[in-house]
Ligand binder design. Structure first.
Ligand code: CAA
Length: 270
């Protein structure tokens, strides 16, 4: 998500600083960005000059201190509340008081993230969708404490990127994941119970409902660890059985079978 958001910002003329969590990403992140921009050039949708400008607009480092002069920071670390809280706590000390601190969390409470920040009025959720380049929606999630001016600036930011913002309440899953995750979990339970194969479930929803990908392919695409983490967060808030991760999903995550990114999920990506 971080790579997709950085690319989108750079293509829209913004000065982007990418703080990566692993030193190996110092080399791989610019390579990945260049490869993605090259694909746009090959399709005739970007000039070579536009690619060079976008590449030059993104600098990469590992130190959150490098973000000190940013007007807006979008946190996109792993979907783990303790990790996100630590990042927010550091950002609060590093970034100027009038800068916006945004999170791309899919299901964690924005209010709790704002709780570790001195001025919680500057915190809100800015939730992009994967692939960032393709999907228009961005959910904007103000808390009860978010400043009106911060909401307005975040909406201007998202609109300037060519995305369609919708403002939603700070409830686990917001709108999209509150509706999407129970559907994905129901599909996983169908496979778990032997009711249907992953192939048949996906084929049914692709051919029967014109979905671009069936629910098991989509779960693999999102990442099974991410689906499980969102389900846990939804379940912790709602206590409803429909949000509980099915044991099959938990076992797959424990086994490192994480979907597309690990080469294997409900389908194989060898
Ligand atoms: N980055 C950039 N562009 C991409 C891309 C990527 N990762 N993947 C696909 N595309 C582009 C392709 O370049 C292609 O563009 P053009 O038509 O302009 O050439 C277009 O998307 C279609 O791609 P493909 O022909 O390769 O493949 P497809 O038609 O099967 O589409 C898909 C692939 C766009 C991923 C489509 O299957 C899709 O939209 N799936 C649903 C995705 C979805 O529901 N995402 C939401 C997940 S939930 C989430 O993100 C939030 C959360 O908190 C978990």
């Amino acid at each position: 998500m971080g790579a997709g958001i950085a690319e989108l910002c750079a293509l829209n003329g913004l000065d982007v600083r990418l703080a990566v969590s692993r030193p190996a990403s110092l080399e791989s992140a610019p390579r990945r960005l260049a490869a993605s921009l090259d694909r746009r050039v090959a399709k005739g949708r970007l000039t070579p000059e536009g690619r060079d400008a976008a590449l030059a607009a993104v600098s990469v480092g590992t130190d959150l201190g490098d973000l000190a002069d940013r007007e807006l920071v979008v946190e996109a670390v792993v979907e783990d509340e303790a990790v996100k809280l630590a990042v927010f706590s550091t950002l609060d000390k590093v970034v100027e008081p009038d800068a916006i601190l945004a999170s791309t969390t899919s299901a964690l409470s924005i209010t709790r993230l704002a709780g570790v920040v001195q001025h919680p009025g500057r915190v809100l959720g800015v939730h992009f969708f994967n692939p960032v380049a393709v999907l228009d929606l961005v959910e904007l999630i103000p808390t009860l404490l978010t400043d009106e001016s911060v909401c307005r600036r975040a909406e201007e930011f998202v609109t300037a990127l060519g995305k369609k913002p919708v403002t939603v309440g700070d409830r686990s899953g917001f709108v999209v994941n509150a509706l999407l995750i129970p559907y994905l979990l129901a599909a996983i339970r169908m496979v778990e119970s032997g009711y249907s194969s992953a192939e048949s479930v996906d084929q049914a929803m692709e051919s029967g409902c014109a979905h671009p990908m069936g629910p098991l392919k989509l779960a693999d695409f999102i990442g099974l660890d991410v689906v499980a983490a969102i389900a846990e967060a939804l379940h912790a808030e709602s206590r409803q059985p429909l949000h509980a991760p099915p044991p099959l999903l938990s076992r797959m995550v424990e086994a490192g079978i994480l979907g597309r990114k690990s080469g294997r999920g409900f389908h194989s990506y060898a």
